[in-house]
Design a protein around this ligand. Structure first.
Ligand code: NBG
Length: 852
């Protein structure tokens, strides 16, 4: 498939003959060979020249006055040219070969800074370092100028970005489809210990990676009503008369694979008003009304919503979802037309994956496009739809199961509601036939929920409209089929599978940890970058004292890097010789940052009771954003910063304990954090973290994990061996049983004097200048409700931390375990995950790209 096409009529097959399927190389007519071209050459000289040209022609800067940011832009443009070159060949080849394409629909793509990653994937890092040095610039400083696109909340969006990297690296034709938010996830500052949110103006300095494609746009209808008609031939058809039409325009970002020529596309849609739609307003002189409409349309892609904020407006979110899904499906249909393929072949050309329920309206939209606009019969359209979609579920948290109130849905998508009713009627007939008389089951499975106010259940729509449904870790997939989607599993067990998450070794090892990369290359060769199981060959080196000491030196250097960053950004100077005990991720009660704090306060309390107590000195490092409307999560941040202030300022304890909250956790600073950590905190309530991916990034960088049997922790522990993993806490089944039997947190408090003392310290104002009110909601919640069983796991957690303390005192043993964590982390590559998706669900084989 070629993406470089404006939406114009399908080509005449007589003029544009079908491609010869036996051809394996691309038709390069009109494309320019790379090595003779200074513009895309891969030597330091060519790159240096390209940077100078861009400084001059693209940016209009004199070398003398150019800032590091100017050099960043110039280098980014120069690198983009090299990507563009590969992108052209890639598009041409995919088109020539009529390949099947993975279309990854995701409301979030958390790409992170792109320059460094593109240099790694093109294999020109050292070339760029030399070129920039020639220009008097330090590459590291230039890389640091990049403003990352924060187009995601956390794990889900970052997973989508890792998957794009793996798809390109594994040479699979793929397009990521999403939303070009003008403001991504907010920037976090800490003021007086509290989180403050600032708008993320990531486009302010210009985005050198995207290419606007104003000629690629689609119209998206909203609101209004439908009209049902029968034409003179007796055909029944439906017209949707919308209240508003907006226009979605494409912005493309190249996604370069590692050490291959494949360069795929991330296509993000931006909303604008349809000028002609305002014609009447213009004619009647109501210019300002027309401008107001324009502004209203543009708000659709203004801002990314936090995925866990209970307070944000629902209406705009539904519109956002529909907007990007409709543009993307229309784009796929257009590409099919362009290639002269009949819509009947849609599912053979596009494997469309729904990244959580956010894009699940796609099921109804594809039906609408096929039935209402392409006049495909319902049954055939339904077969195409189900063969097209796959659905990945990313959470069991009930509040994330999207359910739209019926009146809201009807108001925005009247035609889709009709289609959903029809899908539902046919679906329920199937259930009725399989389970006669089971009315309760019908009510549970219906696409329309009737408990309380009626609502559309988007997860059910996604399952019914997909041929494949998967969870993101073995445990999560098991729980999914045993609980949330059990009825669907009873009906269609063959549709369900597990695809354990993975992370890209390019960004999270090669780029983030250059010291380790060099050591691995020297020890194993560089095959591990694309075949992460190669790391297993490190195992014997765990017993080599010389190697262990090298390993420690490396970790120390990485810690020093982080110490400098933290000193600058949080004003605390840590000692790199201490254990770095770290929890970085979204702040959420189920992730239990407050359990971590209870442990810190326990140590504080013990040291206050007994100043001579011997404990290994530890730096506790936190980072993560709380949803702006999630009061308890924000209070947890406040607790962390309060405990940090008290401990760091107390000479009696600050020689053994330090606590720091790193503001504005994002991909950029994450790349500094993962390689510098000794202990990774993965302490969610069992059964609640679908997978986790930070846990994998830490493991690969040689951190040891303290964790519950939750999400991918289970598989991490299996891979590294129980003796190299610090396990504590209730299992998912025990958590469920405790809840079922009426869990009483007060019982924990009554039976554990140390826990009581710790909670009293927090409640007494010890960490809040005597203010006994500020943390009361948090302490009360733990004592009286404790929905995530923090107190139930407290004693075991503290005991486990004591075992960790003992192991840390034996550096040789710790290092051995650290090396084994890296060596046995190969499974957690996103390449493994994407291979599974491609082979088992998408049926998309690799396509080689040659640049001749
Ligand atoms: C998140 C889960 C994580 C998981 C990522 C990626 C959502 C809805 N889910 O555990 O909480 O690692 O998805 O699968 O953001």
């Amino acid at each position: 498939m070629s993406l470089d096409t404006a939406p114009d009529p399908a080509p005449d097959p007589a003029l544009d003959p079908a491609p010869d399927p036996t051809r394996t190389t691309t038709d390069t007519v009109g494309l320019r060979p790379a090595d003779v071209d200074m513009r895309t050459g891969m030597t330091a000289v060519a790159l240096q020249q390209a940077v100078q040209d861009h400084l001059h022609y693209s940016l209009g800067r004199l070398p003398l006055g150019a800032s590091a940011h100017d050099y960043y832009m110039a280098l980014a443009f120069a690198v983009r040219d090299r990507l563009q070159h590969r992108w052209m060949y890639t598009s041409q080849t995919y088109f020539d070969l009529n390949t099947k394409v993975v279309c990854y629909l995701s409301a979030e793509f958390l790409l992170g800074p792109q320059l460094g990653n593109n240099l790694v994937n093109l294999g020109i890092e050292s070339v760029a370092r030399t070129a920039m040095a020639e220009l008097g610039q330090d590459l590291e400083e230039v890389l640091w100028c990049e403003e990352e696109p924060g187009l995601g909340n956390g794990g889900l969006g970052r997973l989508a970005a890792c998957y794009l990297d793996s798809l390109a690296t594994l040479q699979r034709p793929a397009i990521g489809y999403g939303i070009r938010y003008e403001f991504g996830i907010f920037d976090q500052e800490i003021r007086d210990g509290w989180q403050v949110e600032l708008t993320d103006k990531w486009l302010r300095g210009g985005n050198p990676w995207e290419i606007a494609k104003p000629e690629i746009y689609y119209y998206v209808s909203l609101g209004g009503h439908t009209e049902h008609q029968c034409d003179e031939l007796g055909h029944y058809w439906v017209r949707w008369i919308p209240h508003q039409v907006v226009k979605g325009t494409a912005f493309d970002t190249p996604i370069q694979g590692y050490a291959v020529n494949n360069c795929n596309t991330l296509r993000l849609w931006s909303a604008e008003a349809v000028e002609s739609f305002d014609f009447q307003a213009f004619n009647t002189g109501d210019y300002y009304q027309a401008v107001a409409d324009k502004m209203r349309s543009e708000t659709i892609t203004k801002v990314l919503y936090p995925n866990d904020d209970p307070t944000v407006g629902k209406q705009l979110r539904l519109i956002q979802q529909y907007f990007f899904v409709s543009c993307s499906l229309q784009d796929m249909l257009h590409l099919l037309d362009y290639e002269g393929e009949p819509v009947r072949r849609f599912a053979e050309r596009c494997a469309v994956q729904l990244n959580d329920t956010h894009p699940s309206i796609a099921v109804a939209e594809l039906m609408r496009l096929l039935v209402d606009e392409r006049y495909v019969g319902w049954d055939e359209a339904w077969d195409i739809t189900r063969a097209t979609f796959g659905y990945t579920n990313h959470t069991l948290m009930p509040e994330a199961f999207e359910a739209w109130p019926l009146p809201l849905f009807q108001q925005i998508l009247p035609r889709h509601l009709e289609i959903i009713y029809e899908i539902n009627a046919r679906f329920l007939a199937e259930v009725r036939a399989r389970f006669p008389g089971d009315e309760a089951r019908l009510a549970r499975m219906s696409l329309i929920g009737e408990k309380g106010a009626k609502h559309v259940r988007m997860a059910h729509l996604a399952v019914v409209g997909s041929h494949a449904v998967n969870g993101v870790s073995a445990l999560h997939s098991k729980l999914l089929t045993a609980s949330a989607l059990k009825d669907f599993h009873d009906l269609w067990p063959e549709r369900f599978s597990n695809k354990t998450n993975g992370v890209t070794p390019r960004r999270f090892l090669a780029l983030a940890n250059p010291g380790l990369r060099a050591l691995l290359d020297r020890t194993l060769g560089d095959g591990w970058v694309v075949d992460l199981e190669e790391l297993r060959r490190l195992e014997p080196f765990a017993d080599d004292a010389g190697f262990r000491s090298e390993w420690r030196a490396l970790k120390l250097a990485n810690k020093q890097r982080l110490v400098d960053y933290i000193h600058t950004h949080a004003g605390v100077e840590l000692d790199p010789g201490w254990m770095f005990d770290t929890q970085v991720k979204r702040i959420h009660e189920y992730k239990r940052q407050h359990l971590n704090v209870l442990h810190i306060v326990t140590l504080y309390h013990r040291l206050k009771q007994n100043p001579a107590l011997e404990i290994a000195p530890r730096a506790f490092i936190f980072g993560g954003k709380a949803a702006p409307g999630y009061a308890m999560a924000k209070l947890i941040i406040r607790l962390i910063t309060a405990v940090a202030q008290t401990i760091n300022g107390d000479p009696q304890v600050n020689t053994r304990l330090q606590v720091v909250f790193v503001p504005n956790f994002n991909v950029q600073n994450a790349q500094l954090i993962y390689p510098a950590v000794d202990l990774s905190e993965q302490i969610s309530t069992a059964g609640h973290e679908a997978s986790g991916t930070g846990n994998m990034k830490f493991m690969l960088n040689g951190a040891l994990t303290i964790g519950t049997l939750d999400g991918a922790n289970v598989e991490i522990r299996e891979a590294v061996g129980a003796e190299n993993f610090f396990l504590f806490g209730l299992t998912a089944a025990e958590v469920e049983r405790a809840r079922y039997e009426g869990y009483r947190p007060m019982h924990q408090v009554e039976s554990n004097a140390e826990l009581r003392a710790v909670l009293e310290l927090i409640g007494s104002g010890r960490f809040s200048h005597g203010d006994t009110e500020v943390f009361r909601p948090l302490v009360d919640n733990l004592i009286h409700s404790d929905p995530f069983l923090v107190l139930a796991d407290y004693a075991d957690y503290v005991a486990c931390q004591e075992r960790i303390d003992a192991v840390w005192q034996d550096p040789e043993r710790w290092t051995r375990m650290s090396i084994l964590n890296t060596a046995r982390g190969g499974k957690f590559s996103s390449d493994r995950a994407i291979r599974e998706y491609c082979d088992e669900l998408w049926n998309v084989p690799p396509v080689q790209i040659r640049l001749d």
